[in-house]
Write a protein that binds this ligand. Sequence first.
Ligand SMILES: [Zn+2]
Ligand SMILES: [Zn+2]
Length: 291
Amino acid sequence: MNPSTRIAPEHTPWLRFWGVRGSIPTPGPSTIRYGGNTSCLELRIHSQIVVIDAGSGISSLGRELLREFGANPISLILLNTHTHWDHIQGFPFFIPAYMKQNRIRVIGRDPKPDSLESIFKKQMDGEHFFPVPLEAMQSELHFEHLNPEGQAEIDIGSVQFSTCPTNHPGGCLGYRFRTTKGDVVLLSDHETEGDDEARILEFIKGANTLVADTQYTPSEFVSRRGWGHGCSSGVISLALKADVKNLYMMHHDPTHDDDFIDAMLSDARKMVPSSSSMKVFAATEREKIFI
Ligand SMILES: [Zn+2]
Ligand SMILES: [Zn+2]
């Protein structure tokens, strides 16, 4: 059964995709089913809002939050995997950040020698990139760094998670969240078949839901090694070894239209042996999954 079709009891943790595309927003008739916005996920655990990445999808999430909360304050944690453009470019368009009553904690790896705050500021530098500076955001905005090494357990209010560095140029963090219904792991961006596969396998082991970067087909992957993204077959075999229950393929390549992603999904499902109960899906913009 597709977990998104379950009837959710109250307090069931859920995950919603607001942007599933890698690299660059890709709107248009050929990407309308899976969606064209870059990385943004919303996770609700015990009514705590956790947003992961601020790709262009965060703009629609902002409007949806305003519909939900009206004039009431919104308090959220924005976790950043890394500061590549497709993971931060939507932040200047995140309306709740401009509103005084809201509180936003932006948390991510330390992009030394810069800081998360300085990078977010830079992309809103009025002279070159955006007309409105970060300082115009009236919300209570805090930037915090996580230790990029190891897999420390982190507790933020009612949300517990651990992190793991992934194989990606410039560095990137995977996140694993504990929920009452099992763990949710985001592994994006990550190039498969690197030297760190044993560590990644350990990190995703037994996850209820794994959302992973599967940007390339096996044949594309051959000429794109070193670009920092996953190969669909590599991710499938890793997820099978790790006994993952539900795998969501994400960070869709901008050159892959809906039909192409359908075909990748169908190939991926064929790789799952009948002895495994792992379900494979292609992440779809605005889809909501009850964990
Ligand atoms: Zn990316
Ligand atoms: Zn990246």
